[in-house]
Write a protein that binds this ligand. Structure first.
Ligand code: ADP
Ligand code: MG
Length: 484
């Protein structure tokens, strides 16, 4: 589409993000919430809602939801009612979904994102608790649909933004931040491919000069942040093209095909059920006491933005370093720990961003599985700062050895491999004198002004000392002798 046509429109986006909570059991019974079990093994009469069964709320789910609310600066509702959302679908044996209609556990709040234009707060409407549905499975070549109810009743939170997002890039940045938050909080694994984090995007467009939102279309079924971004771009263009042709937008739910990059309609809003929400008579309302809320607040971990601030202000690191170091909770925690054993934060950052991250990427492991202890990395930094070894020796010789023998001390390895730098003038001076005697022509060149030749002398010192002469001391001695 012609950019000049696109530029006549504002794209309006509101996201609804579902996150599966990391509770061991389901939201109102003790069936396992584990992912990937054999079909229909994590079910009981309560999950299947047989008549006469009684649900009981899993308080852990409420706790995890409140953590997310606190991380997003929401107001926490003290009294909550759980509602039934009634509809028929094969993957919903009960005929209703447990959700929170009028009393979401968290209200308002915002998530700060980094966008191309700096930081922005994306305002939330709410975060509420609900239960997941089962799964319909359509096998290739089978005419029947199979149903797996393992997922029925798994605890979810739904994070709903106001329609305040104005570009697909910002939508992607929002999802990236939400994924980071749930992972830092350890409330959801954030895995979009497995569906533990899912996003529905509501998209509308309006003429730039308009003050009224256009009709929105909801897009479902995107299994990665990149695909959410693609789907929004595609949808915005589709709507603009329709309007430009004088056609009307229909409020509908569309599904995005990640292979073709196109979407197709599933159902129009007009056909939607009236859900007839009403409070679940089997679940009593939940009261959040001051004490409970305070306990949750006290147990809040440092979040990515707070870590970032700490690294920039307390550790005086460049913003770029702080960004990379807070990308995952595991790296941030590892780095923080190195930082508690050394004051040379920039060196610690270089180690984590350089050799350590390369190793993690190669091995495809997270920083919490990195074998070398943070204090050992601090010891290594100290050896360099004391002039006993240089960075090249540390990273190319000692570091690989440490990974093989994480229990060893860097100093021990340096001694065993005979890598300790010699910084005593007593042992370097004879080498320097010997070289100066052997190369009178070069010395003359130096004296005539070709100072660069000192590099050749340094190379000789390095060679003859077996690489152990401290370059700083060698340089001082050489300069002194050559100027004599
Ligand atoms: P519905 O009643 O259709 O469920 P809601 O008002 O509850 O609609 O909003 C659902 C989601 O749609 C929210 O994330 C909201 O921000 C978003 N939304 C609402 N109106 C628009 C719009 N005109 N354009 C884009 N997104 C919208
Ligand atoms: Mg709604």
């Amino acid at each position: 589409m012609d950019q000049s046509i696109r530029d006549r429109y504002t794209v309006v986006i509101g996201l609804e993000v579902h996150a599966q909570l990391l509770t061991k059991s389901k939201i109102y019974n003790s069936d396992s919430a584990e992912y990937g079990s054999a079909p229909n093994t994590n079910i009981s009469v309560i999950t299947l809602a047989h008549p006469g069964t009684m649900p009981k709320l899993n308080k852990k789910a409420a706790e995890l939801a409140m953590k997310m609310g606190l991380a997003c600066h929401c107001a926490i509702s003290r009294l909550q009612i759980f509602d039934r959302k009634n509809y028929f679908y094969p993957d919903l044996p009960k005929g209703y979904q447990l959700t929170q209609d009028r009393t979401p556990i968290c209200k308002q709040g915002y998530v700060t994102i980094s966008s191309g234009e700096g930081e922005k707060d994306i305002v939330l409407n709410r975060i509420h608790i609900e239960e997941d549905a089962g799964k319909s499975i359509h096998l290739e070549g089978e005419k029947d649909t199979l149903l797996d109810f393992n997922r029925s009743g798994v605890a979810l939170i739904e994070i709903v933004t106001e329609p305040v997002i104005r570009s697909s890039e910002d939508a992607a940045a929002f999802l990236t931040e939400v994924r980071k938050l749930v992972r830092y909080l350890d409330i959801c694994d954030g895995n979009m491919e497995e569906g533990s984090l899912r996003c529905d995007a509501n998209v509308s467009v309006m003429r730039k000069e308009s003050t009224e939102y256009g009709k929105k279309v909801e897009i479902k079924n995107m299994n990665s942040i990149r695909n959410v971004q693609r789907a929004i771009d595609h949808e915005a263009e589709r709507q603009i093209a329709l309007i430009e042709r004088g056609e009307a937008i229909i409020s509908e739910t569309r599904t995005f095909d990640v292979n073709t990059g196109k979407s197709f309609g599933m159902r129009t809003k007009e056909e939607l059920n009236d859900y007839r929400y009403f409070p679940d008579p089997d679940l009593s309302p939940m009261h959040v006491s001051e004490e409970w809320l305070n306990d949750i607040k006290a147990a809040m971990p440092l979040l990515p933005r707070q870590m970032y601030q700490k690294f920039v202000t307390e550790y005086q690191l460049p913003g770029y370093d702080a960004q990379v170091l807070t990308d995952t909770k595991e790296v941030a925690l590892y780095f923080s720990e190195v930082g508690s054993f050394t004051k040379n934060y920039k060196a610690a950052s270089n180690w984590v961003m350089g050799p350590i991250k390369s190793y993690l990427n190669e091995q495809k492991i997270e920083a919490d599985a990195f074998p070398v202890k943070p204090e050992t990395i601090a010891d290594l930094i100290q050896l360099i700062d004391d002039g006993k070894i240089n960075f090249t020796v540390a990273s190319q010789r000692i570091f690989p050895e440490l990974i093989k023998n994480p229990g060893k001390k860097p100093l021990e390895i340096a001694q065993q491999l005979n890598l300790i730098q010699d910084s005593s003038a007593d042992s370097i001076l004879p080498i320097v004198e010997q070289i100066i005697n052997e190369f009178p022509a070069k010395v003359a060149e130096y004296k005539s002004g070709k100072k660069g030749i000192i590099g050749m002398f340094m190379g000789e010192v390095k060679k003859r000392s077996g690489g152990k002469a401290d370059p700083k001391v060698a340089n001082e001695l050489l300069t002194k002798k050559l100027e004599e």
